[in-house]
Design a protein around this ligand. Structure first.
Ligand code: CP
Length: 315
């Protein structure tokens, strides 16, 4: 594997999930694989889980790890070609990415969308330029439109905790005060559509995701209808795809409570985190027995380790 940017880079999703669960059981079984290899984790945006879980995964595989908080510690990057750099940018991504490729055997990149220009965000310009110029395998640590390590961890969690062969999984929109990217729900949707689950997306009118990611999902504006008999409920806010990056008024009643969960099949509650308590998801759920959000975050290690292992095996 030379690139991990979406589910489309994984020929056999089931095998990758199985491998991740095997690594969870035997974290150090492949410690020799990464000896004398270096992973660089490059963040253009904040992170807790992705940074720490990916670092731990690489260390479990015997790699050296370097972390660069590009947004705070790096030079201001120029992304455009054919411009005279007489403004605030100091280094072109062409040189920056190529230099990183001299120091690292694998690079992970996090780059959020601007949420202003849909065409630019959905072209994945920043992530793709890293891939183009660094010359080594690249792992997405969340890009403008996808968060594949998160989605793989989510699928691992469902596989691990399911009590029936084909569980009902619901992605439900949740309220927020800030416009958030569509990367997590886009990615979750396309991974669930490749998983052995019955998958429903529930959101208020106006929050339709790009249909490229939702083929095979049942989509409804009725949250109760979606929650009925659900085994796993994935809670997430996202801003509108059309009008792009906007928050539409109302819909505060979409926040999940224990009362709403009564119609589920003892549904387990997932969230990628970070989560705003009692805005996006109620404290009573987060602190209750139905929440598996911390377990889910723990599985980020095994998702990252399975992907990095595949890349190391390609050297
Ligand atoms: N879920 C997730 O990606 O968390 P961080 O933004 O903290 O990495």
């Amino acid at each position: 594997m030379k690139l991990f940017s979406s589910v489309h880079d994984v020929p056999d999703v089931k095998a990758l999930v199985k491998e991740a669960l095997h690594l969870k059981e035997f974290p150090y079984a492949f410690k020799a694989l990464g000896e004398n290899k270096t992973m660089a984790l490059v963040f253009l945006n904040p992170s807790l889980r992705t940074r720490m879980s990916t670092q731990k995964a690489a260390l479990n595989l015997g790699m050296n790890v370097m972390v660069l908080n590009m947004d705070k510690e790096g030079w201001a990057l120029e992304l455009r070609d054919n411009v005279i750099m007489n403004g605030t940018t100091v280094e072109h991504i062409r040189e920056a990415a190529a230099v990183m490729g001299e120091y690292a055997d694998i690079i992970g990149v996090r780059s959020f969308p601007g949420l202003k220009d849909r065409e630019e965000d959905y072209s994945e310009m920043i992530f793709n330029k890293f891939v183009q110029f660094c010359g080594v395998p690249v792992v997405s640590l969340e890009s403008a439109t996808r968060h594949p390590l998160q989605s793989l961890a989510d699928l691992i969690t469902i596989e691990e905790l399911k009590t029936i062969t084909r569980p009902k999984v619901v992605l439900t929109w949740a309220p927020h005060i800030k416009p958030l990217p569509q990367a997590v729900p886009n990615s979750f949707a396309e991974w669930m559509c490749r998983g052995e689950v019955d998958f429903t997306i529930a959101h208020p009118k106006g929050y339709d995701l790009c249909t490229d990611f939702t083929q095979g999902a049942t989509i409804t504006h009725n949250q109760d209808e979606a929650l009925a008999d659900a085994d796993f409920i994935y809670v997430k806010n996202w801003s509108a795809y059309e009008p792009y990056g906007q928050i539409l008024p109302g819909n505060e009643d979409w926040m999940l409570t224990n009362e709403k969960l009564k119609i589920t099949n003892s549904g387990k509650i997932m969230h990628c985190l970070p989560v705003r308590r009692d805005l996006e998801l109620s404290s009573e759920i987060l602190d209750g027995e139905s929440s598996i959000v911390v377990h889910e975050a723990g599985n980020r290690v095994w998702a990252a380790q399975a992907v990095i292992k595949r890349m190391l095996e390609g050297f």
